[in-house]
Structures are given as C-alpha cells and as structure tokens.
Design a protein around this ligand. Structure first.
Ligand code: PLP
Length: 390
C-alpha cells in the first residue's frame, strides 16, 4: 500500500511548514508542545478524544513529525523512536530464534556490535557480508534464506554503496524483509522505499534533526499492512522506546531547514572531497560524489541532488600522523556523531580499536554548513607537512 503523495508540493516546501498548517483556533504557525502523559475520560468512561489515551503512543507532535517523514520517504507510515539504535533494535527483534539475519559488513560499529550480542543471546544466525559486491551478496541471500536483510547506504565510515533495488528484489523473492539504514543520505537525497526496500531507518539524531541536540530514531514502511510493520508498530507501543514530546518538537523544528542544510552540506562536501583528493598527504578519499569512488555511478542512479555530507579520507603515514592532522584542526570539532550544522571529525581506529581493521590513517568527516573555503583552509593547514612541526 503506497501512501498518496502530493506531487505539486516539493519536499523543501513541505519541510519549511513542518508538515502542518496553521492552527485554526489560535493561528499558531508552529505546533504546541503537548506535555500531558494521560488523557481524561467522560462520565460514561468514554475517552474525551478517541485518539488520545496515554502518551506512549498518543502525542500529536510525534504524529505530525512521523507523517512528515513518511511523506518525504514516499512511505505509508513512520514511527519515531528514542534513538537510532532503538529503531534498529525494534526492526531486528522481529527475527525469531533459529532464523537468520544478513547484515552488511563495515557499517556503523554500534549496529554491528549490538547485532552480534543480540543474535548470540537470542539464538539467531548472523551473517555479515560485503553488500557492495551485489552479485555475491544476492547469492548469499538466496543461499542462506534470511528473515531480515539489513544494509546501510551510504555506509559509515567507508561510504560503501549497496544496490538497494537489486538487493530488495532478490530478498523479496526469498521472503526476506529488506531494511535500509539511510542515515547518511536522508530522504532528500535517497528514498529506499521507492527502490523496493520494505523499511527505511534513520538515526534522526544526525542530519534529520541536524543540530546535535536530540537523540532520535525513525522507521518508515512501504506497506502498513505488512507483518513486519505490524510487529514494529506494536513493538514501539508495547516496549515503549518512544520519543518524548520535547524531543519531537526539536526534531520537527530541525526538519524545517533540512533541504537547505543538505544542499549546503553536499556542496561543501563535494568541494572538500575534491580538495582532499588533490593533496599529496592524502592517499584516498572515500566520497561517492567523486568519479573515482567505486560506487559513484550507482550513487548517481540511486541518489538525487547530491552525494551526502559524510566522507572519510585516508592520510599517508601512521595512526599518529593521522591523529596529528586531526589535532591541528581548529574550526572542525573533534567529536563523534554526524549530520550536524557544525563539521565534526573522528579518527575511527582510535574508537573501534585495532581489531576493527579500520585503516590507521582513516579520518571520518561529517561536513556542516560553514563556509566551504573556511573548512578547506582548516583541512589544508592541518594536512600541511610544515604545520606538523608547529
Ligand atoms: N545508524 C548510523 C548509520 C549511525 O551512524 C548511528 C550513530 O552514529 C546510528 C544508526 C545509531 O543512532 P543513535 O546514535 O541515534 O542511536
């Protein structure tokens, strides 16, 4: 069941209005924060409002934000969660003991770690495989018959590009649910449900909110009548990993500027990727917007209007040399996370450890909305062999 979309209004316009209209009673152009956790019944014990019983599922702000995100995704429904990990966990928990999950390797470390622990604990077989090798990955689907295929596009921190349409088709034929974590793309740049995925997930903590001040997650579905969606809807309601009203308010406010932020972040990222690629101290730049990226032509087909705000680059030399570059940055902040208006940098090997296999020189960059010239100047200074002796 595909939700109807208003073809006349662009995502930018829908976002600017927060997906809502003017309150007819007050004329308010932004919704109020509904703080009540519970709602009254009348003398005959009927709910005063049939759609308001208890705030675990009945918050108007949350509903408005969910409707806006579902619409942007071209999906039927969406549900917000207390974090991106809570959204991933709700998706994964639909898989029962003795079933199989096929997950893309080399994705967000937190997802991989939690999946390994959860699957061992729950008696679920977990297969980790490279989803950028479409043929081999699809063979693995057919051979292993997973209940769930989970991919991350583009992947964090390698910016790997999995072919969503091909994978979803083979997974669908094998009876598997395909879920795509599209955190590094946002629905402005990529709509996995329109490519055949069953579910699309985001850590809304990142670019959807965009201001590094809200933890949130969201799942949208293609078919609201599917078993997978019924499970997720109930899981959100019953297990209670809901997004509180104040966070929903901040997220909706952040969403209003999403298309503008993404436009600037993508053009900054492209300019930075090109400048880094030309630098003699840089071995490789992992950014799908570069024609040299192995997933460039796939990204061009499956993404719209830009290649995203996330990139990694690998510096020549040791981990200490890479940490020296990171340490010399002045404008770009050394902090984990991504998708905020401020650019952030992280040395992933330090975070994930030597066993992770992450190259020693890999530096992940989340590009913000600052001036591209200032960001490039900061990076060029940090990379300069002369600056190393400062
Ligand atoms: N998915 C991706 C791609 C991420 O990068 C992250 C966090 O960095 C998550 C999911 C988890 O999101 P959260 O931190 O909101 O739980």
């Amino acid at each position: 069941m595909q939700a109807p979309r208003n073809a006349k209004i662009s995502p930018a316009s829908r976002l600017a209005h927060g997906g809502g209209g003017i309150d007819p009673q007050t004329g308010a152009v932004v919704p109020p924060i509904q703080t009540a956790t519970t709602f009254a019944r009348d003398e005959s014990y009927r709910l005063t409002s049939p759609s308001h019983l208890y705030s675990r599922d009945d918050n108007d702000l949350t509903r408005q934000t969910e409707a806006l995100i579902a619409d942007l995704e071209g999906g039927a429904e969406a549900r917000l969660f207390a974090s991106g990990m809570a959204a991933i966990a709700a998706t994964v928990r639909m898989v029962r003991p003795e079933q199989t999950i096929l997950v893309q390797s080399g994705i967000y470390w937190g997802t991989t770690l939690w999946l390994r622990k959860h699957c061992q604990h729950a008696g679920i077989a977990l297969i980790e495989a490279d989803a950028t090798d479409t043929e081999r990955f699809c063979e693995t689907i057919s051979e292993s018959g997973p209940a769930l295929v989970l991919i991350e596009v583009p992947s964090n921190p390698y910016l790997g590009m999995a072919d969503i349409a091909s994978i979803a088709k083979v997974a669908g034929n094998a009876g598997a649910v395909t879920a795509v974590d599209a955190t590094a793309a946002t629905p402005i740049l990529m709509r996995p449900l329109e490519l055949g995925a069953d579910l699309v997930l985001h850590s809304a903590t990142k670019a959807l909110n965009g201001h590094s001040d809200v933890l949130a997650g969201v799942i949208s579905c293609r078919d609201a009548d599917s078993d997978a969606w019924k499970f997720i809807r109930e899981e959100r309601h019953d297990a209670g990993a809901v997004l509180p009203a104040f966070e929903a308010y901040l997220l909706l406010r952040g969403l209003r500027t999403l298309s503008l932020r993404i436009e600037r972040m993508c053009s900054n990222a492209q300019a930075i990727a090109e400048a880094l690629q030309a630098h003699p101290m840089v071995e490789t730049v992992l950014y799908p917007g570069l024609p040299t990226h192995p997933g460039h032509s796939l990204a061009t087909r499956q993404m719209h209007d830009g290649y995203g705000y996330l990139m990694s680059f690998i510096t020549k030399g040791s981990a200490q040399d890479a940490l020296g570059v990171v340490g010399r940055l002045k404008l770009i902040k050394r902090a984990t996370s991504l998708g905020g208006v401020e650019s952030l940098v992280e040395h992933r090997r330090t975070i994930e450890g030597d066993a992770s296999g992450i190259p020693e020189g890999l530096i992940r960059l989340s590009v913000g909305i600052e001036s591209a010239d200032d960001l490039i100047a900061d990076l060029m200074h940090a990379l300069s062999p002369l600056a190393a002796g400062e």
